[in-house]
Write a protein that binds this ligand. Sequence first.
Ligand SMILES: [Cu+2]
Length: 302
Amino acid sequence: MIARGAHGRTGRAGRLAGLGAGALALVFLLGGCDVGSTFAGFGWPEGGVTPQANRMYDLWIGSVIAALAVGVLVWGLIFWCVIRYRKRGDELPVQTRYNMPMEFLYTIAPILVVCVLFYYTAVVQTNVDETKAEPKVTVEVVAFKWNWQFNYRDGEGEHANTVASTLGSSDVIPVLVLPTGERIRFEETSKDVIHSFWVPELLFKRDVFPGNVRNVFEVESIDQEGAYVGRCAELCGTYHSMMNFELRAVSPDKYQRFLQAKRDGATTQEALQSIGEEPLATKTEPFDTKRTASNFNPSGGE
Ligand SMILES: [Cu+2]
């Protein structure tokens, strides 16, 4: 009787603990994105503006929660063992080698966890890398030491034609104007060394290669109008850090009017002004290279 009573108490405690853990898991699951924002994205950058960026963010949050759940379980087991089975005398505790159910569990459970993580990673990665036959907008990204040229194209591939172009200089940050809500294809090529096209809010960067490699990626849509700083993310030489640009996401209507103005011969600044946008970059500014005739090449070219 006494033994059964003790067993009953342990069972109740176990059930309560299980209920608690279940409730906690439910809160995490239902909370979804809120859990992420509560903990500042668990270190993952927040504020993505594309569906792909949001999916990558969710994958990260889900993975961290899974890792924490496993971590809490393992820490719990460690501390439970340390306290429950601490040394009480010279007698050895019960040895549980070759406990088949246990060995089966701690072989299969981690494999299952890895499989689930792999599955979701593969799904998100495939989505992020996906290109479709007919994107709405195609822009060619040309990188060079140390600036960018953006060519608006009338089709896909290197044989399509450029209908309008924006070229950055030491004095003017190039502004890449793109529409919201439309599928956009980026085709990258470099004139010299390897650069990398990076807009932090896309939560994505892709290397820009010289030669006949044309790196392509697409975003499903840009969901938020605004100005976003873009950078080169591959150390490409002396003025690598000054290779900034700005992505300006505007309404599709404004984008069409911008493109028309460019086709009619307006500069990028004039075209931006004509659609009621700031003509110059607002999120970054040209860097002062501090180069003058007297300090640029003091040795006089010897
Ligand atoms: Cu670069």
